[in-house]
Write a protein that binds this ligand. Structure first.
Ligand SMILES: *Cc1c(COP(=O)(O)O)cnc(C)c1O
Length: 433
């Protein structure tokens, strides 16, 4: 499989090069040249597949001959070696829990897959590969954990000071080894702008092999399709009709991967793009006009994105046909107040504790289902509520038990480098080491 740049001004590359580069030299996002068409027998017989076999089958055409099949098979198996349970909450809604990975965030899958691919590719690279990543919270921890100890790769994470939760901050500042956390005095958008500037800076790129671990990287983006296949596999054990799927969205990598899976043949009745007040895409879905926004801080901070990078991939998936896009995706804008009410109500009425991101998707799905009484669906629960204790504990007036997977973090010492929110500071620091 080859990948072309969405800016159409750079050569096509294979999976390996797309992964190492992150972004095309013309600053475009890479996009698969041909969307694989799934064998209809795979969908029909999906219950007979193990998670591992299914995942390998899905990823093979995208990776092509960049990785030997036997190696890809182990990479995929390690990537998904934790459960992806589908939990029924009421007659028409189920939660796909994507927080059972090592950092309790759905981003673990993308980060684990990408780090293993890069580790595989770095064996025949001369230079150390420097992964530069901006995080609004969860990406950082998942990337840090996924890349920890991977030889030939160092990871530099930029996060907005004071704007990530304590567990999130510990996850990205306590790894050490090949992981460095830069604490930026600014917003997530500032961090993202610094990273973007770094990829555009010619002299920096001459001296360092820089790549991105955000969902613009195909190796982060593509494996997220797997959630939708796992969800479908579980769902069809008890349902006749394909589900509506609501996705809490920020940079739109996750939902875009779901749409890709759907276009390649996975049955999904409808997609819901569930956003907090950072709703550039829902606004587009209502009006047909896209305008980037300035990011606003909310309680679902991993979705505080004013200009979602993967929006251009969604346009490409639908060949820029607004009618088709708006028929397949409905957008919702959910305020913090409604998010909080949803967390509390769901806890009291359904004995289920949502995190703020899952709550946004829960609410959007329930609103949609009110309008379509014959449908039922899944919302993605993308993080464990313990990662947002200030919000969640204040609502339910109870302490959330800290899962074992993160308890050890509290004994560790935070290590970060404080930096002003400007690119020159980053550049100087990168070159001085
Ligand atoms: C990153 C993240 C999202 C948003 O995912 P995108 O792919 O950026 O749309 C939602 N929820 C949580 C918990 C996240 O970490």
């Amino acid at each position: 499989m080859n990948y072309y740049s969405l800016n159409k001004n750079a050569p096509s590359v294979n999976f390996k090069e797309a992964t190492i580069k992150g972004q095309a030299p013309d600053k475009g996002l890479y996009f698969p040249e041909k969307i694989p068409v799934l064998d209809s027998a795979l969908i029909k017989n999906i219950q007979q597949y193990s998670k591992e076999d299914l995942a390998l089958e899905i990823m093979l055409p995208y990776v092509g001959n960049s990785i030997h099949k036997a190696d890809l098979s182990s990479i995929v198996a390690e990537t998904i070696n934790f459960p992806f349970p589908l939990v029924p909450l009421n007659k028409r809604m189920e939660a796909l829990e994507l927080f059972h990975g090592p950092t309790l965030a759905f981003k673990d899958v993308g980060a684990r897959f990408m780090s293993r691919c890069l580790g595989y590719f770095s064996k025949d690279q001369k230079n150390t590969i420097t992964v530069l990543v901006a995080t609004s919270g969860d990406t950082g921890g998942a990337v840090a954990n996924g890349f920890l100890g991977v030889e030939g790769v160092e990871v530099v994470i930029l996060y907005p000071s004071g704007k990530v939760s304590p567990v999130q901050e510990l996850q990205l500042t306590t790894c050490n080894q090949n992981i460095i956390a830069l604490e930026i005095v600014g917003s997530f958008d500032d961090c993202q702008a610094m990273v973007k500037d770094a990829f555009m800076d010619a002299s920096l790129n001459q001296q360092l092999t820089l790549t991105s671990a955000n969902s613009i990287n195909v190796a982060r983006w593509l494996p997220q399709q797997l959630y939708y296949f796992f969800a479908y596999q579980s769902w069809m054990q008890n349902h006749e009709q394909a589900p509506v799927i609501a996705v809490p969205s920020g940079n739109f990598g996750n939902i875009c991967a779901g749409l890709l899976a759907h276009i390649s043949g996975l049955p999904v009745a409808h997609f819901i793009a569930a956003c907090n007040v950072n709703d550039a895409v829902p606004a587009y879905l209502r009006s047909g006009n896209f305008a980037a926004q300035k990011a606003v801080a909310t309680i679902s901070n991993a979705m505080d994105v004013g200009s979602p990078s993967n929006f251009v991939r969604i346009l490409e998936l639908f060949q820029h046909n607004f009618k088709n896009i708006s028929q397949k995706i409905t957008g919702y804008t959910v305020s913090d107040t409604i998010t909080e009410q949803t967390i509390l109500n769901t806890y009291l009425n359904e004995q289920y504790l949502l995190d703020p991101h899952g709550a946004v998707a829960y609410y959007a799905l329930s609103e949609y289902l009110k309008q379509y009484p014959s449908q039922a669906g899944i919302f993605l629960e993308t993080a464990h509520p313990v990662k947002f204790p200030e919000t969640v504990e204040a609502l339910i007036h109870k302490k959330i038990e800290i899962p074992e997977a993160v308890q050890h973090l509290f004994a560790k010492e935070k290590k970060s480098i404080l930096m002003e929110a400007n690119f020159e500071a980053l550049k100087e620091w990168l070159l001085a080491r």
